[in-house]
Write a protein that binds this ligand. Structure first.
Ligand SMILES: *Cc1c(COP(=O)(O)O)cnc(C)c1O
Length: 494
């Protein structure tokens, strides 16, 4: 299996090449040249395996240049003991009927990013050994909050790598900031920027594709890579949990004719993974894309016009405060029949005018597959409260956006099919807003707020969050969004 660029389908690299580089030199994203399909026999086998077995089974289709031993080593390293009860992605039926929450936050940083970022360092180090000639890998990350911490945790003290994380100084929750600023490890660097996530993401993307900067790294025996979901190595682990969720539904005799999937969406990575799972043969019916007040995707799925020229809102679901959803580029590539020239043209329009419109054929395909909905902070809070009252289930602010859009979808279409909702973070990561949603005042400090939420909900505080108490921040750097390059050079001492 080789990989092409969304902006040049003649470009062809191995999986290791795609993962080690992260993004193509032409600015495009790497995509598999074909999407493998799973047979009935494959699904039978998958259903009989545990998570680690399922992960290995799926990865061997995508990482054909990895040996079986390498895949085994990577998957065991990632999933053997870093998740609660060795269950990376448990499925919980919440309403006794069709509403199943896929809890993706039982890893070391309590957000779904761990599922990918526990595995990515293994994939990357293995890939770099194959293709990077011993160069040191410098991971650059732009984060809206959760990727940063999950990537730091995954890459800390990993041989022959350094990791640099940029987050919007005023765009992450207190707990997210504390998680990042207290990060341990000799090879890590964390920096706030004066700007929002889109500024961080475009800044980082520009650096990746700046030939002068890349040359400077090369002269110093280094090479950039990405831990953002633009890296294929971030996406492929996410396909696994949708396949695994389907197997769990089959094993509990719940599936009749398929199921819908709802995903709280920002950069379009998680929902794109669900799309790939569907393309591989998982009987997913509708993919429901849930957004917060930054509803650029809701409008796009309705009208075919993607327009980022709009007010940017800072919301209580900060990991979805994004106006440029990078992974949509992969979707457009697939749905345009792999038309690299068209994708390139649309992305150039987006860079130049901040908007583009897809043609009617693409729009028709999009609407066949996706449904888009959004809600604001007040509706998010009401939903947290309602779900807790109705089912005794405590969900975080991002998951609540998905639940609200799911309810709206059922109301407006009457389609109450079996449904899997991606539950993307622990409620304790956003404890203050969750507590307020339950009609309670927050306490004087963040840790008392956690305690209070625990008393009211009866839900345990996850250890990685409880253990932050008393940790003093190591990092307090802030830089201008124009100065990412000098900040990077200073840290790398080049
Ligand atoms: C990153 C994140 C999202 C958005 O996921 P994308 O793959 O960027 O669409 C949603 N919820 C949480 C908690 C996140 O950390």
């Amino acid at each position: 299996m080789n990989y092409n660029s969304t902006r040049d389908s003649k470009l062809c690299v191995t999986a290791a090449g795609a993962i080690a580089k992260g993004i193509s030199n032409d600015g495009g994203l790497f995509v598999p040249e074909t999407i493998p399909t799973l047979s009935d026999d494959d699904f039978n086998t998958l259903c009989s395996l545990d998570y680690i077995g399922r992960a290995k089974f799926v990865l061997k289709y995508f990482l054909t240049d990895f040996t079986e031993q390498e895949i085994d080593y990577c998957v065991r390293g990632a999933y053997s003991d870093s998740f609660d009860n060795n269950q990376p992605a448990p499925l919980k039926c919440v309403d006794g009927k069709n509403m199943n929450l896929l809890e993706l936050w039982h890893g070391p940083t309590c957000a779904f990013k761990d599922l990918a970022l526990q595995l990515l360092p293994y994939l990357l180090v293995t890939s770099a050994k194959k293709v990077a000639n011993g160069k040191e890998t410098i991971i650059l990350v732009a984060t809206s909050g959760d990727t940063g911490k999950a990537a730091l945790e995954g890459f800390k003290d990993v041989e022959n790598t350094k990791i640099i994380v940029f987050y919007p100084q005023n765009g992450v929750s207190n707990m997210q900031k504390l998680q990042m600023d207290t990060q341990e490890g000799e090879n890590v660097f964390v920096c706030g920027i004066k700007g929002n996530f889109d500024d961080a993401q475009s800044g980082v993307k520009k650096i990746f594709t700046n030939p002068d900067i890349c040359k400077k790294l090369e002269e110093n025996g280094m090479q950039f890579s990405s831990a953002n979901s633009i890296n294929w190595g971030r996406l492929v682990p996410q396909i696994i949990y949708y396949i695994s969720a389907y197997c769990d539904l089959v094993n509990s005799n719940k599936v009749t004719d398929g199921f819908n999937v709802v995903v709280p969406t920002g950069n379009f990575g998680n929902i794109l993974a669900a799309y790939y799972a569907k393309a591989m043969g998982v009987p997913i019916k509708k993919l429901i894309c849930a957004s917060n007040a930054n509803n650029v995707l809701t409008d796009f799925l309705k009208t075919g016009t993607y327009d980022r020229n709009r007010q940017f809102f800072t919301t209580i679901s900060p990991s979805m405060d994004i106006l440029i959803s990078s992974n949509l580029e992969r979707m457009l590539y697939e749905l345009s029949g792999r038309d690299d020239a068209k994708v390139k043209d649309l992305q150039e329009k987006l860079a130049k005018d901040g908007k583009y419109t897809v043609d009617s054929q693409i729009l028709e395909k999009i609407q066949e597959i996706f449904y888009g909905g959004c809600c604001d902070d007040a509706q998010t809070k009401d939903t947290i409260n309602q779900i807790f009252k109705d089912y005794g289930y405590l969900c975080d602010t991002h998951t609540a956006v998905a639940v609200k859009v799911y309810k709206d979808y059922v109301d407006s279409t009457g389609d109450d099919s079996l449904t899997v909702i991606a539950s993307t973070a622990s409620p304790y990561k956003f404890a203050a807003d969750v507590l307020e949603s339950l009609g309670q005042a927050t306490a004087d400090n963040d840790f008392e707020t956690l305690e209070k939420l625990m008393q009211i909900s009866g839900v345990q505080i996850p250890a990685p969050i409880a253990n932050l108490k008393g940790n003093t921040p190591r990092f307090s750097n802030v830089c201008e969004k124009e100065n990412l390059d000098t900040t990077i050079f200073d840290f790398l001492k080049i």
